[in-house]
Design a protein around this ligand. Structure first.
Ligand code: ARG
Length: 229
């Protein structure tokens, strides 16, 4: 048997895109870490399954779940009606929202309305991209990774970025992106879920594990570790 696999513990193959700090990203020595990483491992521990990560770009995650080449994903993925037709989501595990980011000192951009006709960078396939695409006259530049969108903003190539507020705030806080700030109110209220193939037999197990760690304090510990709250 495999190392660390006592008894017949199932191992779920979990898709991840480790460039979305603090949810999933690499440590300086290359290990995958983050809130979602600790979360799914704790869920597995609570519900009796092991986890093996597989790197997949964000916009490839739902197709991979549909094809059945992975069993689940942790991707700070917002539960939406459209996605729920293609995959089955666990119960929500995190509340987030979209925020507008600009270069410090930018005048006149605070709301979605202010972004009409502006150039906006987003990560492909995200709720941020969808929101940006609905802005009249906006020119959208799409990137494979959220950090590339923020770099484009930092380099002065776009007027704004729309993406998940916790990710932009973390990038600013950890100092990789001086000169960028979040402005205005959150644009949306969104809840992250763990997507699995439609009607996956693993869904109830994942939900059971989530419920356990929400109740036994493990979730609160993981939250504290990554968000210092
Ligand atoms: N929450 C947003 C969405 O579901 C962004 C997620 C991006 N996740 C990632 N791992 N890059 O569309």
């Amino acid at each position: 048997g495999g190392v660390g696999r006592t008894q017949e513990k199932p191992v779920l193959t979990v898709a991840i895109e480790p460039v979305f700090a603090p949810f999933e990203f690499r440590s300086p020595n290359g290990e995958i870490q983050g809130f979602d990483v600790d979360l799914i491992r704790a869920v597995g521990e609570a519900a009796g399954f092991g986890v093996e990560f597989r790197n997949i770009t964000f916009d490839g995650i739902i197709p991979s779940l549909q094809a059945g080449t992975v069993d689940a994903a942790v991707a700070a993925m917002t539960i939406t009606e459209a996605r729920s037709k293609a995959v089955s989501f666990s119960r929500p595990y995190f509340k987030a929202g979209l925020a507008i980011a600009v270069r410090k000192g930018t005048q006149g951009i605070k709301t979605l309305d202010d972004l009409k006709g502006k150039t906006i960078a987003v990560q492909i396939g995200t709720t941020g991209a969808k929101t940006a695409q609905a802005i009249p006259g906006a020119k959208i530049r799409t990137f494979d990774a959220a950090v590339l969108a923020l770099q484009e903003l930092k380099n002065g190539k776009v007027d704004a970025v729309i993406q998940d507020s916790p990710v932009t705030l973390y990038a600013i806080k950890t100092g990789n992106l001086e000169g960028i700030e979040v402005v205005g109110q959150l644009l949306t209220e969104e809840f992250y879920g763990i997507p699995l193939p439609l009607n996956s037999p693993n869904l109830s197990r994942v939900n059971r594990g989530l419920t356990t760690i929400l109740q036994n304090g493990t979730y609160a510990q993981i939250y504290q570790k990554w968000f210092n709250a």
